[in-house]
Design a binder for this molecule. Structure first.
Ligand code: URA
Length: 328
């Protein structure tokens, strides 16, 4: 299936959808970006509603165990910042002048922040080895291959989630891959075992994939937006999303999936840079433009943990899977 291509490039610095979320959270999205030209926004290809009665595969129906891990809920959208004035001043100038004007509503501690919050520096004993200066994640991932990227994720200390984790969960599956499946964040089992979707949600995900003839061993790579488990499965914070997003974007660039299946509201809203509900995002094909210029079809569906709680929605999830596999 061929997707509409974007004709014009935005005349603004390139930021990816995850970075946009972070900018929105700190009230600076509109300072950074003038509205993107229509052609640069995510392309949405509406699909005709599936009219025939839906019969869900038995294997999907059979996985009904209630998942105990609460599903993280997407963060509430931050109030919109006032629009920037029309001049095309360089970004640094805009930020500086707004700081000087003391924009209301944004604490200086956030306004002046240019990345994830600083982590307390451990006090060095006199004969401690002096640490090399920390390289920002976005810089470090740039030339990493998949193995190097995995090592970076496993050793990552870019946000506070590293303090409580047993394992950072890089992802697992076929390389090269046909589909990239993106969930939210590791739960308790994933944190223990170091692999994505190994709990009850994972059993259902495997059954769903098998129903369209796919498996994580041969066709699919599974990962999450956030690589470390938020304590108690709480919602990831904007600075955690911002710190982790370069890993996902690099995974996409390296794996070059034919399509991306995004599971759940949090992952869909983060990857597509929107506040839209999952009900309005599913059932059609979106497109993710990568920094490398590729356009990857994105299909949104319900998170397996939600399906375990609401089995009647499995029929819709089955439609989403068929939509994704029709496009091969
Ligand atoms: N839920 C997710 O979103 N990801 C996992 O890896 C496990 C549960």
């Amino acid at each position: 299936m061929s997707l509409p291509t974007a004709a014009a490039k935005p005349a603004v610095p390139r930021i990816n959808p995850l970075q946009r979320i972070w900018l929105r959270e700190i009230g600076m999205e509109r300072l950074w970006m003038r509205p993107a030209p229509a052609a640069a926004r995510p392309v949405v290809v509406p699909q005709a509603p599936v009219s025939e009665p839906v019969s869900v595969p038995d294997a999907m129906l059979a996985v009904v165990v209630q998942d105990t891990a609460p599903l993280p809920v997407a963060p509430a959208p931050a109030p919109a910042a006032p629009a920037a004035s029309a001049g095309a001043a360089p970004v640094a100038e805009i930020v500086a002048s707004k700081r000087a004007n003391g924009r209301p509503g944004i604490p200086a501690s956030i306004l002046n922040r240019t990345g994830p919050p600083p982590r307390p520096e451990p006090k060095a004993a006199e004969d401690d080895v002096v640490e090399a200066p920390r390289i920002p994640v976005a810089e470090a991932v740039k030339n990493a291959n998949l193995d190097e990227l995995r090592e970076q994720v496993v050793a990552c200390t870019a946000c506070g989630l590293c303090d409580g984790r047993r394992h950072a969960v890089f992802g697992q599956g076929a390389t090269p891959t046909r589909w990239l499946v993106v969930g939210e964040a590791p739960g308790e089992q994933e944190d223990r075992q170091g692999h994505p979707f190994v709990g009850r949600s994972g059993q259902l995900l495997d059954a769903m994939l098998a129903a369209v003839g796919m498996s994580r061993e041969t066709d699919v790579f599974i990962t999450n937006v956030i690589k470390c488990r938020p304590p108690g499965n709480r919602n990831p914070k904007p600075e955690e999303i911002a710190a982790c997003s370069p890993y996902l974007m690099r995974q996409i660039a390296l794996l070059k999936p034919e399509r991306i299946l995004v599971l759940g509201r949090f992952a869909a809203q983060t990857l597509l840079g929107t506040d839209a509900t999952i009900g309005s995002l599913r059932g059609r094909v979106h497109s993710l433009k990568t920094d490398e210029g590729a356009e990857i079809p994105v299909i949104v569906s319900y998170h397996p943990a939600y399906l375990l709680r609401s089995p009647s929605e499995k029929a819709r999830a089955w439609q989403d899977l068929k939509l994704a596999s029709r496009m091969v």
